[in-house]
Structure formats: structure tokens, C-alpha cells
Design a binder for this molecule. Structure first.
Ligand code: AMP
Length: 227
């Protein structure tokens, strides 16, 4: 039986830029496992090393086996297609969010029942992140990078609070992780900002990384400005 999805980690402040609009969460012990909606950012390329797609497929399997919902960009190719195929192969629930122009080009995955067609890339990004309980970024190109940086930026500003995990297949994210630490060393961000993301070496490490992610809460804005 699929665990009941409980939005325990959900960020109620996502994209609410009105000051002082706070949500109160009552955290109670739950008698059932917590299922999450996990937003997966990943590549469309079929030309990258096949091990990236293998890891994406495995991640999809693991998320589905653990009863988590996958929300992703809705594509059929590359790691996007692989993560969806992996989740679907285990009977998982997959939501695709695709802009109309991509749907018109028939880029969407044909096996996704819940395919949400949106007007543009902005709406897609917003829809992907809103109501997600965690973000997982797989190796990818500029589209993946843009999505990842939006999530990190919103988290820094206290507009997103949930874990952001980088699946580091073949050490892909090491240069980016080093660069972000340089950003901190050069004082464009605060040292505390390094807690906004974490690295998972293997697909099996992703859910533990989500569970163990440092808490990030409503005082994020207090440390947003570099001191
Ligand atoms: P990238 O990591 O550059 O491949 O970008 C991944 C993102 O690019 C996806 O989330 C989509 O926004 C977009 N994208 C690019 N090509 C495709 C495609 N053939 N099908 C679906 N999405 C695509």
C-alpha cells in the first residue's frame, strides 16, 4: 500500500513575497510513513554518458518504491525520461509539467497520465517547485542549472525551505560545489548558506540526504544579507 502523502515539509511560503505572511505548522507524531512530493530536475540529453540515465532510472525506482510522488519536467528523453520510466516501472505516481510549446513539439513522455500543460517555462518552474517537499537535481545542462539555481536562490531568500539534494553521479557536481564554496569564500554568500544544498553520491543516498538535510526555516531572511 502506498504511504499516505503528508505535506509535512511543504513550504507554505514559496513565492509569497509578502512580509509577515507566516504559516504555522503543528508537527504531530504520525501513525503512517510520510510520502513526499519530490521535484526532480534533470537533463533532456540522450547523448551524455549512459550511467547518468541509469542513475536517474534507479532514483525513479527508489522514489516510487518508497511511495514518493515524482514531479518533473515531463520530457521523454535523457535523464528526464529515465527518472519517469524508473518510477513508472515500480508503479509510482509521476506528474509531468510541460510548457505548451514543448507539448506541441511532442516532447512529452507518452506514459505519464498526469501531464500538466502550462503556458510557459516560468509557470512550469513555479509549478514544479510549489508544493514540493524536496528538490533533487541530477546532472544536466543549462535548463537543470537554471532550475537548481532558482531553488537555491529562493531558499536563501526564505521563499523555499525544503531540502535540495544534488545527485553526484560520476562526480558531476563537484566543480559546482567547489564553485559555490568559492562564492562563500569571496563573501557573496554567508557560510551558513552552504547548508542549503547537500550532495548524494548514489541514488540510494538521496532519501537519507533529504531526511538528514539541515533545517531551514523562517529566519532564513535574517541571514540572507552578507555580513
Ligand atoms: P537541460 O538540463 O539543459 O537538458 O534542461 C532540462 C530542461 O530543459 C527541462 O526541464 C526542460 O525545461 C528543458 N528541455 C530541453 N529539451 C527538452 C526536451 N526535448 N524535452 C523536454 N524538456 C526539454
Amino acid at each position: 500500500m502506498r504511504p499516505k502523502r503528508v505535506p509535512l515539509l511543504r513550504s507554505a511560503l514559496l513565492c509569497s513575497e509578502r512580509q509577515g505572511e507566516l504559516a504555522l505548522f503543528l508537527i504531530l507524531p504520525l501513525p503512517f510513513p510520510i510520502a513526499m512530493r519530490i521535484c526532480v530536475y534533470c537533463a533532456s540529453s540522450n547523448q551524455a554518458d549512459p550511467r547518468f540515465r541509469t542513475a536517474a532510472f534507479r532514483l525513479g525506482e527508489l522514489l516510487a518504491e518508497n511511495g514518493h510522488q515524482v514531479v518533473y519536467g515531463g520530457g521523454s528523453t535523457g535523464s528526464m525520461g529515465a527518472v519517469a520510466d524508473g518510477a513508472l516501472s515500480k508503479g509510482g505516481e509521476v506528474i509531468g509539467v510541460i510548457p505548451r510549446f514543448m507539448a506541441d513539439l511532442e516532447w512529452q513522455h507518452p506514459g505519464i497520465g498526469n501531464m500538466q500543460v502550462v503556458e510557459d517555462m516560468r509557470e512550469r518552474k513555479h509549478r514544479l517547485l510549489t508544493d514540493s517537499d524536496a528538490v533533487v537535481a541530477l546532472p544536466g545542462g543549462c535548463g537543470t542549472l537554471e532550475e537548481l539555481f532558482e531553488a537555491i536562490t529562493l531558499k536563501r531568500l526564505g521563499l523555499y525551505f525544503n531540502p535540495i539534494v544534488l545527485l553526484d553521479t560520476l562526480g558531476y557536481w563537484q566543480p559546482l560545489d567547489a564553485f559555490l564554496h568559492q562564492v562563500i569564500e569571496q563573501r557573496f554568500m554567508n557560510p551558513e548558506h552552504a547548508a542549503m544544498w547537500s550532495i548524494a553520491a548514489e541514488p540510494e543516498d538521496v532519501l537519507p540526504a533529504i531526511r538528514n538535510a539541515p533545517a531551514w526555516d523562517t529566519d532564513a531572511r535574517d541571514r540572507a544579507v552578507v555580513r
